[in-house]
Write a protein that binds this ligand. Structure first.
Ligand SMILES: Cc1cc2nc3c(=O)[nH]c(=O)nc-3n(C[C@H](O)[C@H](O)[C@H](O)COP(=O)(O)OP(=O)(O)OC[C@H]3O[C@@H](n4cnc5c(N)ncnc54)[C@H](O)[C@@H]3O)c2cc1C
Length: 415
């Protein structure tokens, strides 16, 4: 089934009651060439690119819950590629390029909106750091501008740039190609596109064990029985530590709650995505009109998909300082996800000490923007059995060698 103006018109004639299901609901087979653990955006994108780019014919995505029930559909949907270090900038820029053609590629409108991302500066030192990042971005061919306070005001008329503000705005970085996308559309779109290439998406199928023989993975135990797999990819985000432990691996990853909240719908009033590293808040407006607001992580480790009230308060007070006219807006919903945070705020993508067992995790607070890029490099890594060149710097053993890529500054979320 292809989405087009004609299929919409045809289905309108039958009151949209005859649309085909977006993906099948197959029973698990006894064996697959590749098994992906985790049906979030990254797992689904991996399966899609494995089928499309690498010609793998027998793939299963095993999801313990429903697809997109994890962080994929709990995030604040910010997409950008303006990371400081070459390794991260190259990886996130690959993802940005895939975003730019994604709706056409998967024939699903992911509502990718390049409205621009502002990272605010509140001090002279913020400005110096921003100038360094903008220069580094440009050297990597990434669009990046350094703005003064007046230019920020021109983009966001509601923002308070008065010098007497509690967090005075002295400038910002701006990535015009950044923006946001509809997160559940991304999960559904990849699921549908993967399914149409023969990938079995198996929901309500929890992986409970990873079987290894002679140092090589041979399959996984699940709540629906043992499934043989020649290769297994772990893409479990906040539960990566739990899944990797099934293979006897201890990851340098902490799982923390990260919260977000949305307001009642308003008429268009925020034009871009506005982030402030210093005050730990970010805000954009969805196409529906809701203000979408995100925070820094809750400092404790845990798996409950909720967070503490003090973080909400600590986020909303600076947002109101930045946008005083929003002070009377009512918040509608609040939720949390579990993010997998590494010591250098960069992902882990690559091989593991177990043969044919691969890992993709540690995207922490910033993996939504990487969804297509992560799937792309992980698919190639699994298919070839060696890291894709863009993923090579993000190997698990960098935490032993010390070759860390510190992106805490550009991650723009308090850790
Ligand atoms: C509140 C919040 C705001 C965020 N904002 C942004 C943002 O603005 N921009 C950005 O780039 N990133 C953001 N992120 C981060 C981003 O959402 C994640 O990095 C990214 O979605 C991780 O993708 P995923 O598909 O791997 O995760 P998930 O969607 O969590 O997928 C992992 C899946 O694995 C499944 N699973 C776990 N254990 C098992 C098992 N044993 N068996 C089978 N399946 C299992 C889970 O059920 C889950 O569905 C945010 C995160 C949160 C929580």
């Amino acid at each position: 089934m292809k989405f087009s103006i004609f299929s919409i018109a045809r289905n309108a004639m039958s009151y949209h009651e005859n649309w085909q299901a977006h993906w099948r609901n197959p029973e698990p087979k006894s064996e697959y060439e590749v098994i992906i653990i985790g049906g979030g955006g990254h797992g689904l994108a991996t399966a899609y690119y494995l089928a499309k780019e690498c010609g793998v014919r027998s793939i299963a995505v095993l999801e313990r819950n429903r697809i997109g029930g994890g962080n994929s559909c709990r995030n604040t949907t910010i997409v950008r590629s303006n990371y400081l270090w070459d390794e991260a900038a190259n990886l996130f820029e690959k993802s940005m390029q895939l975003w730019e053609g994604l709706s056409q590629d998967i024939n699903y409108n992911v509502m990718f909106s390049q409205r621009g991302v502002l990272n605010l500066c509140h001090t002279l030192q913020d400005m110096r750091d921003a100038a360094r990042r903008v220069n580094a971005n440009r050297l990597n061919g990434i669009d990046a501008l350094l703005l003064d306070a007046q230019q920020v005001k021109a983009l966001e008329p509601l923002i308070d740039i008065s010098p007497s503000a509690r967090y005075p705005i002295v400038g910002a970085t701006f990535q015009p190609r950044g923006g946001n996308a509809r997160h559940d559309g991304v999960a559904w779109g990849f699921a549908r596109a993967a399914d149409s290439r023969g990938v079995d998406i198996i929901q309500n199928c929890e992986v409970t064990g990873i079987r290894i023989e002679n140092g090589m993975v041979i399959g996984v135990d699940t709540s629906r029985g043992f499934i043989k797999g020649k290769k297994v990819g772990m893409v479990a985000a906040g539960h990566s530590g739990v899944v990797a432990a099934m293979a006897g691996l201890r990851l340098p990853v902490e799982s923390h709650p990260l919260q977000a909240l949305v307001s009642e719908p308003l008429k268009p009033c925020i034009n871009t995505v506005v982030m402030s590293n210093a005050v730990h808040g970010y805000i954009s407006q969805s196409d529906k009109g809701d203000l979408v607001i995100g925070a820094g992580i809750d400092q404790y480790c845990g798996y409950g998909q909720r967070g503490s009230y003090n973080v909400i308060e600590g986020t909303l007070s600076p947002i109101v300082e930045l946008f005083p006219s929003l002070s009377r807006v009512r918040m509608n919903r609040q939720w949390g996800g579990i993010v997998d945070v590494t010591p250098d705020a960069c992902p882990i993508v690559g091989t593991t000490p177990v043969k044919n067992l691969f890992i993709n995790c540690g995207w922490g607070t910033g993996g939504f923007k990487a969804t297509p890029g992560s799937g792309w490099v992980f698919a190639h890594t699994i298919a070839k059995g060696e890291p894709h060149p863009l993923a090579a710097p993000f190997a698990l053993d960098r935490h032993i060698s010390g070759a860390l890529i510190d992106e805490h500054g550009a991650s723009a979320v308090a850790h």
